[in-house]
Write a protein that binds this ligand. Structure first.
Ligand code: SAM
Length: 233
């Protein structure tokens, strides 16, 4: 059985698709999605030897070698142009996920949907998507084993569609769909973040009054104000 986190990623892979799971590690996600019949073909990409081998073993053990190819390589370089219509990248930081997308831009022509699950810094991904004209079509936030995860789903075109024009900063930081839903996990995530920021503010208050510290404090105060106002809506 997949974790709730990976099951949420799986949910957004279109029926009948061929997809690449980049940074697949044990290849649980492609094995499960191909086994269930939802996807017809998958590529499991891994850049590190250990996880690459565990992906190969898992695919062999499940008897899926005709439908899942495990390939070793950095990011999207394991994909040939036109091979897949969906890409999943899960369990990494948002900055790394954005970097992988950016370096692999030329492989995205045939790709209709991205399903991305950053552990931190979803803002990096939302910013990349906006800059490259991918539109967010859905977002989820969930808590599992005391950690909070976000899943972002994007398709080509109309990048600004998901956002309120007057609330771009809020949308990029917190997620336009997640802001609307204000789920329990969402409220918990942002109250945790604010506690963190307030702790840092306290420390800055005790430190020397340098210009740099003042700037940091102002940035934190602005962020706290923005998040507090967004949570009140
Ligand atoms: N996707 C799985 C999941 O969500 O459970 C595994 C997540 S694991 C924490 C991250 C994996 O990404 C590691 O196995 C790591 O080797 C791989 N990885 C990191 N950077 C990568 C890159 N540039 N290209 C391919 N794989 C990468």
């Amino acid at each position: 059985k997949l974790s709730d986190r990976l099951a949420t990623v799986a949910k957004y892979i279109p029926e009948g698709s061929s997809f690449a799971d980049i940074g697949s590690d044990h290849a649980y996600l492609p094995c499960h999605v191909v086994q269930s019949g939802k996807a017809v073909f998958a590529i499991a990409g891994e850049v590190v030897e250990g996880p690459f081998q565990s992906a190969r073993k898992q695919v062999q053990m499940e008897g899926l070698t005709d439908k899942i190819e495990v390939r070793k390589g950095n990011g999207l370089e394991v994909i040939q142009p036109g091979e897949v219509d969906c890409i999943t990248i899960a369990g990494m930081g948002g900055a790394l996920i954005s970097q992988i997308l950016d370096e692999g831009k030329s492989k995205l022509d045939s790709v209709k949907r991205l399903v991305l699950q950053p552990n931190i810094s979803a803002i990096s991904i939302r910013t990349w998507l906006l800059d490259h004209n991918w539109t967010l079509v859905e977002e989820e936030i969930l808590e599992e084993d005391g950690k909070i995860y976000e899943v972002l789903v994007a398709e080509k075109g109309n990048a600004f569609k998901a956002y309120n024009k007057n609330k771009m900063d809020e949308g990029l930081l917190m997620g336009p769909y997640l802001i609307q839903k204000q789920s329990e996990a969402f409220l918990k995530k942002w109250s945790n973040e604010m506690e963190n920021w307030k702790r840092i503010l306290d420390q800055l208050d005790k430190a020397n009054e340098t210009i740099e510290n003042q700037q940091k404090k102002q940035e934190l105060l602005d962020k706290i104000k923005m998040v507090e106002e967004t949570l009140k809506q």
